[in-house]
Design a binder for this molecule. Structure first.
Ligand SMILES: [Zn+2]
Length: 240
């Protein structure tokens, strides 16, 4: 397995690194993005940890290609803010329409270039969905009719089986969000597209663990890793 570091928007003020892990054999393409919102720290740390595990060969991609953008919005991340404008409303809304921001345009072009079968967008949100149906904390979101939905249901079952505290259980939401990266990947590129939302109120290490476990379940669903990979014990560190 090979891991390559590349730069998105090289030379622009918003440039940000991304990584491609390539397996020994051809196979599915999976894209993981985090930090479209700059203050959703657990999702960013989980993406960074994923990169580190791949670099250290502690997580092996048996086949296919995994593209990871750990911090999409560097400017928002530095200030620990959601970002202005909200980048997740600036992705293309139709095939003919361009993204309304150079950064989301670059992320969408990268997605388009690699044509991923799976697109995972990591976020964090308020509340706990198990206690309040109106909040998005502890949810997996996809679009109605998206081919990812059966795998999302299986992932939620697997996650909840391992979470003793029922208040922290995950729930499914089906939602169209025009201008979001998930809806663009789903509707324009036909990807199996999922947004992961951990709940802010939980301890950070728990949220990072949930994010990583969810990504791992989807990598298995995509046929990219074998079921017995053990990597969650590795220490969390920022990517340099
Ligand atoms: Zn978000």
């Amino acid at each position: 397995m090979k891991v390559t570091k590349l730069m998105l928007g090289k030379g622009y003020s918003w440039e940000t690194p991304y990584y491609i892990a390539t397996g020994e054999h051809g196979g599915p393409h999976v894209m993981v993005v985090a930090g479209i919102h700059g203050k959703e720290i657990a999702s960013i740390r989980a993406a960074e940890k994923l990169v580190e595990l791949l670099k250290q060969q502690k997580l092996q991609i048996s086949q296919g290609k995994l593209i990871i953008v750990p911090i999409v919005n560097q400017a928002a991340y530095r200030k620990r803010i959601r970002g202005v404008p909200d980048l997740n409303r600036t992705f293309p809304r139709t095939k003919k329409q361009a993204a309304s921001n150079p950064l989301s345009a670059a992320v969408f072009q990268l997605t388009q270039r690699h044509q991923p079968e799976w697109y995972l967008d990591l976020h964090e949100a308020n509340g706990l969905s198990q206690k309040d149906a109106k909040v998005l904390g502890q949810t997996l979101i996809s679009n109605k009719g998206n081919p990812a939905v059966p795998a999302v249901r299986r992932t939620i079952k697997r996650m909840n089986r391992s979470i003793k505290n029922k208040d922290r259980h995950f729930n499914l939401r089906l939602h169209e969000l025009p201008g979001s990266s998930r809806t663009a990947a789903a509707r324009i590129l036909g990807a199996r597209a999922v947004t992961v939302e951990t709940g802010w109120s939980l301890p950070k290490n728990v949220r990072i663990k949930y994010q990583l476990e969810i990504v791992r379940h989807f990598l298995r669903e995509a046929g990219m890793i074998k079921a017995n990979e053990v990597y969650l014990s590795a220490k969390v560190r920022a990517v340099t």
